[in-house]
Design a protein around this ligand. Structure first.
Ligand code: SAM
Length: 414
């Protein structure tokens, strides 16, 4: 955590929360976090019958850094033992062998992938991916006990997975698989009980970030890998976030940390204001947002936007919403807000948005990407010194736009 920028506080009804330790600027990077655990989002066993011509499969990605291998110059290096895991370079391979692809994990995956005897055969994809997470977590306990403790310190209670008979059945099944794979003589001191398996699944569900495929307007954007980012996990949700996260998995990063996530501020933030991300695209309707927050994160959202939209009927939502998701009245409100902001900025003041009936209108016009089917959030590039950047970057499609020309849809570069 950038201790000078963020402070962790306990907030009533929201648990640990991150607040600005001082006034912060639009575009400022408030956190760069590396994963303590990464695992593939692909099922352990390929779908049956396996389509060789399938556009993407596990072997398209480096099993260590999750870069798209076909984009790279060098030919991929399969793991000599399990061969289903491939690496983009000798460097990634040797790092993986001493961490995420240890001999135990490699053997476990090999057993689970054996179509003749795998207990995961014909099991749902979600269960197979949960199994991947659990063996990665067990492996973490062995190769890095301190990072495993970090994982255990994240929010997530076993009850989330053992209170309903169906999810309890899955936990018992996954527990039996993990137990069968665990060596009797193990360096892991923690017992992987049913309760721990349920707690780990809950921690994964509440805290994992998805590393996504690049955006293509005509395709649904799939998750390539999931990661546990111990510090980024402390950001709470808001349906109108003031920060958003970026990742650059396929980029050639100088430090080799291509799986890091970077959290940047969308606009200026005063000291002590909580910094929040949105846990999903901001264009979702009130009922859909509340459903996802309840089912996936176990809470009811009472943010400014939800308080306004709670009184809307579905009809009101649909009436007259145009491409940017705003109706005429809202658009006018947002335009006024825009003018207010310019005036406030000229006067060196802040924009008061609290009393706005349409807290999202200003946000949608200024910070939501208007590229077809993108629904990403725009944040300025980092300021240079005290000078704010006029270039906004979309955290989904990556497009760069000049903030003054945003409403005309002009792009700077792709
Ligand atoms: C990724 S964690 C965020 C950090 C968490 N508050 C903690 O103490 O570790 C997600 C969990 O935080 C809580 N949370 C996040 N946003 C919230 C909000 N807007 N209102 C209430 N609880 C929230 C929920 O319990 C959610 O499952």
């Amino acid at each position: 955590m950038e201790a000078s920028l963020l402070k962790m506080v306990e907030a009533e009804g929201r648990g640990r929360s991150l607040v600005a330790a001082k006034p912060l600027k639009a575009g400022q990077v408030v956190l760069k976090d590396s994963p303590i655990l990464l695992y593939s989002a692909f099922p352990v066993l390929p779908p049956q019958p396996f389509q060789a011509a399938q556009a993407t499969s596990e072997s398209n990605y480096c099993s260590y850094c999750f870069k798209f291998i076909q984009k790279l110059q060098s030919s991929p290096l399969p793991c000599p033992s399990c061969s289903a895991s491939v690496f983009c370079s000798l460097h990634c391979q040797s790092l993986a062998f001493s961490s995420s692809h240890s001999p135990w994990l490699c053997q476990s995956l090999k057993r689970l992938r054996d179509v003749g005897s795998s207990p995961l055969l014909n099991r749902p994809v979600e269960l197979q991916v949960q199994m991947r997470f659990l063996i990665a977590a067990y492996n973490l306990a062995s190769v890095s006990p301190s990072n495993f403790q970090n994982l255990l310190s994240l929010q997530g209670e076993p009850s989330m997975f053992i209170d309903s008979p169906e999810s309890k059945y899955n936990v018992l099944f996954l527990h039996s698989l993990v137990s069968a794979l665990c060596p009797t003589e193990t360096g892991v001191e923690i017992s992987f009980s049913v309760e721990l398996i349920a707690a780990l699944l809950a921690k994964d569900k509440l805290n994992a970030f998805g590393l996504m495929e690049p955006f293509l307007p005509e395709n649904e954007r799939l998750v390539r890998a999931y990661g546990i980012y111990p510090r980024a996990s402390f950001f709470n949700h808001d349906c109108l976030p003031n920060a958003c996260r970026f990742d650059y998995v396929d980029a050639a990063t100088a430090d080799g940390n291509n799986t890091d996530i970077i959290v940047r501020l969308i606009h200026d933030i005063p000291e002590r204001r909580e910094i929040c991300l949105s846990y999903f695209p901001v264009n979702l309707k009130y009922s859909e947002r509340q459903r996802r927050l309840k089912e996936d994160y176990g809470f009811f959202c009472d943010c400014d936007r939800c308080r306004v939209e709670a009184n809307w009927s579905d009809q009101e939502y649909d009436d007259g919403l145009d491409e940017d998701g705003l109706n005429d009245e809202e658009e006018e409100a947002a335009m006024d807000e825009d003018e207010n902001e310019e005036m406030a900025a000229d006067e060196g003041g802040d924009v008061a948005q609290e009393d706005n009936d349409f807290p999202h209108a200003y946000f949608f016009l200024n910070y939501m990407c208007n590229r077809e089917n993108c629904w990403g959030t725009l944040a300025p590039l980092p300021p240079s010194g005290f000078t704010p950047s006029m270039v906004m970057e979309c955290n989904v499609c990556g497009i760069l736009r000049n903030s003054k020309e945003l409403m005309d849809g002009n792009m700077v570069q792709q």
